[in-house]
Design a protein. Structure first.
Length: 276
């Protein structure tokens, strides 16, 4: 009888102990935080903080800044991909974007298009982050992590001249008839496409020192075939102004893509032979 009572007491104690321990274990588990994937709303401050650590340069431009025909701008369409290149182009997935960028860079290498005052080929990529862009991103639930993933993916492809540009990325061109709503395509070297290939004058100051060589002029051609922007980007400084003026006077046949007018960026190359 006493043995039965002892066994009963041991069993009862064990049940009570397990019940209490189990309750505490369950209660403690309730306090364990399970990690969840987080995402961060886009602001200029957070963009600058997060992307600076990845080697992305932050630049703020003025609304009065003239559009650069060589500027390559990427904008998110939705979370992750697709993306737009030069804002008004077709939607692209990442592989299509890389293929297009590498084609543009190849043309620039052949034309020796350098970053100003350097010998580095211009492969600059700008991530759109103006006020309107950021409002759109937040409306579409695009997050900082999308920017970080894009930067990581571009770095893996060897594309590392990356910038975030605050401000109006592509301002309208006043007085030219060229609208910023039109898509812009890269035409590479466009000498052979001009309907009036005007040759530049040889400046007297250049003759004195026998200045010679190739001058590359970047141009933006509107939908009517007019050069609305021309900027000498490489070559002897004494020859640049003359080459730039000649390029500005060029005319081209209007360019259409899928039957719709487009603007064209390209390079006009002028070769100044050695003067006698």
């Amino acid at each position: 009888m006493n043995m039965n009572r002892l066994a009963y007491n041991i069993a009862t104690t064990t049940v009570i102990f397990l019940a209490c321990f189990g309750c505490k274990y369950i209660q403690s588990n309730k306090n364990i935080e399970i990690p969840i994937e987080t995402s961060t709303k886009i602001t200029k401050e957070v963009l600058q903080e997060r992307l600076n650590t990845k080697g992305v340069k932050i630049i703020e431009i003025s609304p009065s800044e003239k559009p650069n025909p060589l500027r390559l701008v990427i904008k998110f369409v939705s979370q992750g991909y697709p993306l737009k290149l030069n804002l008004n182009g077709d939607n692209m997935d990442f592989d299509q974007l890389v293929e297009k960028l590498k084609s543009v860079f190849s043309n620039r290498e052949k034309a020796q298009v350098y970053i100003e005052e350097t010998t580095e080929i211009d492969k600059r990529i700008n991530l759109a982050a103006g006020d309107d862009d950021i409002s759109y991103y937040n409306k579409e639930n695009i997050k900082i992590e999308d920017f970080e993933n894009l930067v990581n993916d571009l770095h893996k492809e060897g594309i590392d001249q990356l910038y975030v540009r605050f401000g109006d990325i592509v301002p309208k061109i006043s007085g030219t008839g060229a609208s910023s709503t039109l898509p812009t395509i890269d035409g590479g070297v466009v000498n052979g496409k001009a309907t009036n290939l005007i040759q530049p004058l040889y400046p007297p100051a250049a003759k004195v020192v026998h200045a010679s060589g190739i001058v590359n002029v970047q141009v933006l051609i509107d939908e009517q075939g007019n050069v609305v922007l021309a900027q000498a980007i490489s070559g002897n400084p004494l020859l640049r102004a003359s080459a730039q003026n000649a390029a500005h006077a060029l005319k081209f046949e209007p360019t259409k893509l899928s039957g719709k007018p487009v603007r064209v960026t390209g390079i006009v190359r002028y070769n100044f032979p050695v003067s006698e």
